[in-house]
Design a protein around this ligand. Structure first.
Ligand SMILES: [Ca+2]
Ligand SMILES: [Ca+2]
Ligand SMILES: [Ca+2]
Ligand SMILES: [Ca+2]
Length: 539
């Protein structure tokens, strides 16, 4: 075979892509089936360090929606894949390069939430790393409306087209090119996040992939999104060993023309830094069950990286309107999932109290633990607890103690005004886990006693006094105690629920009464003090 002919043969092999077996690879095909009594089949394979493996599972009968998992000799998940094209091609494909030599295990199972059954063909190809090029054909992330073109930066490959609904113009494309390395530098080099794991060969090479598509016009209802695709377990770019780090890609709208924004490039930029932060987060934990922390952190990133383009302050008004709702919920708020974005203020509080680097430190805990356990261990290292931190957060919100408060256009929801001694209660539905109600305390200056009753037993009371335009002082009353309003220009009472559970989507309201009497005994002194720079009278 002369050299020219050989080149042609290679070109032909490349063009048929997925059915090719390269000369250095050996490939084996197995058949099996998944039934309700046998939902997994296991196949041992022996790999040498540095060897690549490419695995595909294809359903051949019944309703089977395949799911593939590859485990290393220690039983740790190396890679997993559900669908070659999410929801469209439900067969599976994955590839990996062995870190260590030994006996690996391939598990073929079904999509875990379903009950599909049927037979499948499993193909396992072992060879040199170039066999993984086939993943580019096998895994379909985004299909553009016209011929796909790419442009590469140091860390990113941008996939776009100039025809059809997804078409981009040169100015927009250039702005994406600029934004990509600029926000990479801010998040990775300046803010100290670990670079996310590379995606092997997906998208054509190991750069992080950006796809530009008409998201808004196609009714997706999203300005952009990030999607984890391969769970790699450990992120090689951190010193710790992660459990569920994942590589991922991001998708941006092609022009933002159908949004109501004035500065379309600005909207692209803040969307980019938000979505790229998700890519970074997945490098710590692509499988954290508590969804709020992804959106809260990505929205917070907008405030520290996107300048005037940030969209995070736009969510505050909504969060301030529903302080009584469960903290961390992503479904129970009236607008079905808006609260989690406004929860960026909690991330800002961590940055204010423990330093900006603490946000990355918190994500290191998220990588190791799930649900509230990660916040518990992060706070415990700093001598705090979730109830203490959330009470402080609810008080900070009342004080509007945020650098960006001039952009808020909101004060926390005022439940009622207490203007007499006696029994008072909520006007809405009560409060949920880690939530709060705020009352104006409008009685003549003096010493008073407030006590909580009629609840399940755990609610806490705080008195809050405003010292002119200088300070907001918070006085912990526990279940009941006395406080002195004499020094203050205004006073408030906050009822707070310190109880929490991992099930943040099933919170229930708690009833309560507040008994207000004349002061008795020594008044409690302030415990937390906030600057009153941005304080505004409630209501
Ligand atoms: Ca599947
Ligand atoms: Ca890539
Ligand atoms: Ca690591
Ligand atoms: Ca976690």
């Amino acid at each position: 075979v002369n050299r020219i002919l050989r080149a042609l043969i290679l070109a032909t092999l490349f063009s048929i892509g997925i059915t090719t077996i390269s000369a250095q690879a050996n490939s084996q095909t197995f058949t099996g089936s998944i039934s309700n009594s046998r939902i997994s089949e296991y196949y041992p394979i022996s790999l040498n360090a540095g060897e690549a493996v490419l695995i595909t599972a294809e359903a051949t009968s019944g309703t089977l929606d395949t799911y593939l998992i590859l485990r290393d000799p220690n039983g740790a998940i190396v890679a997993e894949n559900d669908d070659r094209e999410t929801g469209v091609i439900t067969d599976s494909a994955l590839g990996a390069i062995a870190d260590i030599s030994g006996d690996y295990e391939v598990e073929v199972t079904r999509y875990p939430e379903g009950d599909s059954t049927g037979a499948y063909d499993l193909t396992i190809e072992i060879g040199t790393p170039d066999i993984l090029n086939q993943l580019t054909e096998l895994i379909v992330r985004v299909t553009l409306s016209g011929p796909e073109q790419t442009i590469d930066t140091a860390n990113f490959r941008i996939h776009y087209t100039t025809s059809g609904a997804d078409a981009v113009d040169a100015e927009f494309l250039n702005a994406v090119v600029q934004a990509a390395e600029e926000f990479y530098d801010i998040q990775i080099n300046q803010l100290g996040w670990a670079a996310p794991p590379r995606d092997g060969f997906l998208g054509g090479d190991d750069r992080y992939d950006i796809y530009i598509q008409d998201l808004i016009g196609s009714g997706e209802g999203a300005l952009g999104y990030a999607s984890p695709d391969t769970v790699v377990g450990d992120n090689p770019n951190t010193p710790e060993t992660e459990l569920n780090a994942a590589s991922s890609y991001l998708v941006l709208d092609n022009d933002y023309n159908d949004s109501d924004a004035v500065d379309l490039i600005g909207l692209m930029r803040t969307t980019f830094t938000h979505e790229f932060n998700h890519v970074v987060q997945f490098g710590y934990d692509g499988d954290e069950p508590q969804g709020w922390v992804f959106e809260a952190t990505a929205s917070w990133i907008e405030t520290v990286s996107a300048g005037k383009d940030e969209d995070a302050t736009g969510y505050v008004e909504y969060n301030y309107q529903y302080p009584e709702l469960c903290f961390g919920t992503t479904t129970v708020d009236p607008d079905g999932g808006m609260l989690q974005y406004g929860d960026w203020m909690f991330i800002q509080m961590l940055a204010d109290v423990y330093g900006r680097d603490s946000v990355v430190a918190y994500w290191r805990h998220i990588a190791q633990k799930d649900n509230w356990a990660s916040l518990e261990s992060f706070l415990s290292e700093r001598g705090s607890t979730i109830p203490d931190a959330l009470a402080a957060y609810r008080l900070k919100n009342l004080a509007r103690d945020y650098r960006l408060a001039p952009e808020f256009n909101a004060t926390v929801w005022l439940e009622n005004t207490i203007d007499d001694l006696g029994s008072w209660t909520f006007t809405g539905q009560g409060i949920q886990s880690l939530g709060a109600n705020y009352f104006r305390f409008d009685l003549p200056p003096g010493a008073y006693n407030a006590e909580i009753s009629g609840d399940r037993g755990g609610l806490q009371l705080w008195a809050v006094g405003i010292l002119g335009d200088e300070k907001v002082e918070a006085i912990p009353l526990g279940r009941g105690a006395s406080f002195d309003t004499t020094p203050y220009s205004e006073a408030y009472l906050m009822v707070f629920d310190p109880a929490y559970s991992d099930d943040v989507e099933n919170c229930t309201y708690q009833d309560y009464n507040i008994q207000v009497q004349a002061g008795k005994g020594f008044p409690v002194l302030p415990y937390l003090i906030f600057p009153a720079t941005y304080f505004q009278t409630l209501g």
